[in-house]
Design a binder for this molecule. Structure first.
Ligand SMILES: [Zn+2]
Length: 300
């Protein structure tokens, strides 16, 4: 697998968060100053809390249109000793640059392949994952479908994992339909933000395709109480889906960080771990979701 400090063997990864932002800028679209993360020193402090709690790695899904900073991620990785996987791609409709409309799908795919195989921009840092590739609402816009098809082609050309943003609606199924049309192996696909739409029928429909269901907004309590996330996750594990489940906390606000009173990057492996343990989840299921599954999906 590919990290910001170069290739590593999958076995080198311990507990891994699969959908985080360390350096990003949503402000230019949302207008919320809370959504700029651009302080490497602060990032390193926050990530060291995660490392002290037992964390070993994270996937940083900041795409080009969210201000990806691969050289910065490499410095933060060196400072903290954490493995960080960087991303390529474009996020979702309101964030897209005009080039999305003006560039052929195959050319967009080529740009992603270049990030994955040679390096992002001039940084020399290779991406290790495609996405987060998003849908803004409960359907794919024309441009979103274009980006998703390009992402699919980059996936097929490289074998890299593809991770999506499907928030508040069951739109992951529409994403999987396009990926299926593009002949992507859905076992290489992660449907993101499934815990923002806690419908067991949705989760099972995604799992039956072979894709991963990701609970990656853990700790974002204004969207769902973590207890409800834990209930839904434990039910999926009881039904035998532990090999297709992934976890993360999608830190992207300054107020998510400990420095501003938030739950930090360690919330999954500290507070949420306790919630699922209280509900009777066995250690091997936890290990599968946090270690084994990331090793499998990130290898390419
Ligand atoms: Zn997202």
């Amino acid at each position: 697998m590919q990290t910001v400090r170069g290739p590593v063997a999958p076995e080198a990864l311990g507990p891994t968060l699969m959908h985080e932002h360390v350096l990003c800028d949503f402000y230019r679209v949302t207008g919320h100053l809370d959504q700029i993360l651009n302080d490497e020193g602060l990032a390193a402090e926050e990530l060291l809390a995660y490392r002290r709690a037992g964390g070993a790695a994270l996937v940083e899904v900041t795409t080009r249109d969210l201000g990806s900073n691969p050289a910065g991620l490499r410095r933060v990785s060196e400072q903290t000793g954490l493995h960080i996987v960087a991303a390529t791609g474009w996020y979702r409709q309101p964030y897209y640059p005009p080039e999305i409309d003006r560039t052929p799908v195959n050319r967009l795919a080529d740009l992603m392949v270049k990030d994955l195989t040679e390096g992002i921009g001039e940084s020399g840092v290779r991406a290790g994952i495609i996405g987060e590739i998003g849908a803004h609402l409960d359907y794919l816009t024309a441009q979103e479908e274009r980006v998703l098809r390009a992402a699919a082609r980059a996936q097929r050309a490289t074998g890299a994992p593809l991770t999506t943003h499907a928030s508040m609606y069951p739109v992951g199924l529409a994403q999987l339909e396009v990926l299926r049309e593009e002949n992507v192996d859905l076992a290489r696909v992660i449907v993101g933000h499934c815990d923002t739409y806690l419908d067991p029928a949705y989760h099972r429909a995604v799992l039956r395709t072979g894709a991963y269901v990701q609970f990656d907004t853990i700790g974002r309590r204004h969207m769902n109480p973590d207890g409800r996330r834990a209930d839904a996750l434990v039910a999926l594990v009881r039904d035998g889906w532990q090999r297709q489940l992934l976890l993360s906390s999608d830190r992207c606000y300054r107020s998510d960080l400990h420095a501003f009173g938030g739950a930090g990057y360690d919330v999954v492996i500290t507070e949420f771990r306790a919630l699922v343990r209280d509900r009777g989840m066995a250690d091997d299921a936890w290990e599968a979701m946090l270690v084994d599954n990331p090793r499998r999906i990130l290898a390419w």
